[in-house]
Structures are given as C-alpha cells and as structure tokens.
Write a protein that binds this ligand. Sequence first.
Ligand SMILES: Nc1nc2c(ncn2[C@@H]2O[C@H](COP(=O)(O)OP(=O)(O)OP(=O)(O)O)[C@@H](O)[C@H]2O)c(=O)[nH]1
Length: 220
Amino acid sequence: MTDFFERYKKIKSVKIKSKKLEKPKVVVAGRSNVGKSTFVRHITGKNVRVGKRPGVTLKINEYDMGNYILVDMPGFGFMHGIDKKVQEKIKDEIVHYIEGKRDEIATAIQIIDAKSFLEIVERWDQRGEIPIDIEMFDFLNELELNPILVVNKMDKIKKTQWDEHLNKIVETLGYKPPWSQWEFVVPAILKEKKGLDEIKHKIIERVNKFKSQKTVDIDI
Ligand SMILES: Nc1nc2c(ncn2[C@@H]2O[C@H](COP(=O)(O)OP(=O)(O)OP(=O)(O)O)[C@@H](O)[C@H]2O)c(=O)[nH]1
C-alpha cells in the first residue's frame, strides 16, 4: 500500500514538472487587413511580412516570447480574390485550433479596425447575420479566454469622436458604455506602436494569472 502511494507520488510529481515546463499560448486573431502582422512584427521584433493586400497571413505562426508562445492566426473574413468556401475553412480552422488547445491558451488578442468594424457590422446586421468579428469575440469569451480587444487604426477617427466611437463599439459587442470601464478594451494605432505597451502589460497579467491557476489545479 505504502509502495503504491510512493509510486503514485513520484508519477504525480513528474506530471507536475512537465506541466510547469509548458509555455502558455497567447493567440492573435483578427479579420484580414486589421493590422495583425503590424502588431506581431512590433511585439516579436521579428520581420513579419506586412502586406497591403488582404490575406497575406495564411498559416499559423508561433513565436517564443520567453514567458509564453505567441500564436499568430490567419486573418479571417472577406478577402478579395479568395473563395467564400476557403474563407469559411480558415474560420473553421481557427475555431478548431483554439478549441483543441484551450487548456494551453492563457488569453487571446482580437484586433479590429476601428472604422470598418462598425461599417461591416451594420452591413451584416442588415442581412440578418451575425458579423464574424462579433462571432469571434463571443466565441473567445465563451471559452473564458478573457480576450483583449485591440481597437486599431484609431488615427482614422477624429480625436474628438474617440469616446463616442469606442462607446458604440462596446455597445455593439453587448457591453454598456462608457468603454473606459471595460479593462479589455485597448484603443491603438499600431503602425505608430501606440497601445503596444498596454497590450503587453495585459498579456503578462493574463499569462501570470494562467500560470498560477494551472499550478493550483495540478496540486489538488
Ligand atoms: N491607418 C492605420 N493603418 C494601419 C495601422 N496599423 C496597420 N495599418 C496598415 O493596415 C494595412 C494592413 O496591415 P497588416 O499588418 O498587413 O494587416 P493584417 O491584419 O496582418 O492583414 P492580413 O495579412 O491580410 O491578415 C497595412 O497597410 C498597414 O500599414 C494603424 O494603426 N493605422
């Protein structure tokens, strides 16, 4: 009996060690052309291709960030010259990946384009469909990934209209204005690295929380 417990304890400690060695993942998602590659290039410091043509990012890229692994997902949504079926397949692959690796993912970053987000939402609403950006954000929340919503290209919005615009965005996602009460919202101008430090800070907070929760889970 004692032997059994000793052996069990040994196996358990090996498991704990190997779990602790795994680095949590942080996934980056967003429609095509929202500035995802710009973000990944700035945060990783590596030379990621930044394209003007939508749909440049076609595969999943992973970057070792020290404390975590940054996973750059392919851009989803409508893309010129890409078949609707292929677009659906990309979306399905993203969903499949995130669901499959849920336990390894500390958080997600969803980047949206401040201006086109509301325009696209309106268009989809008129068709009676759920806009893909909203669908993705709801999905990330349903999985309790506590996603960071990066509202990029704020330079396209007049400074005096920032609050009104951001309020509309949070309202569209089902949250009450003012937007500033929601910790997950980060207005950004990624091409000028504005908002980058705040995003980094939120990632680290979430990664640390994830790591401490993981340890508690395993010790029980
Ligand atoms: N105005 C403005 N443009 C930006 C900003 N950030 C990125 N862009 C531009 O938006 C375009 C698309 O940027 P990317 O970083 O390639 O976007 P992406 O989401 O990776 O696009 P895909 O590769 O198609 O998935 C480029 O022309 C960028 O220079 C920003 O803060 N403001």
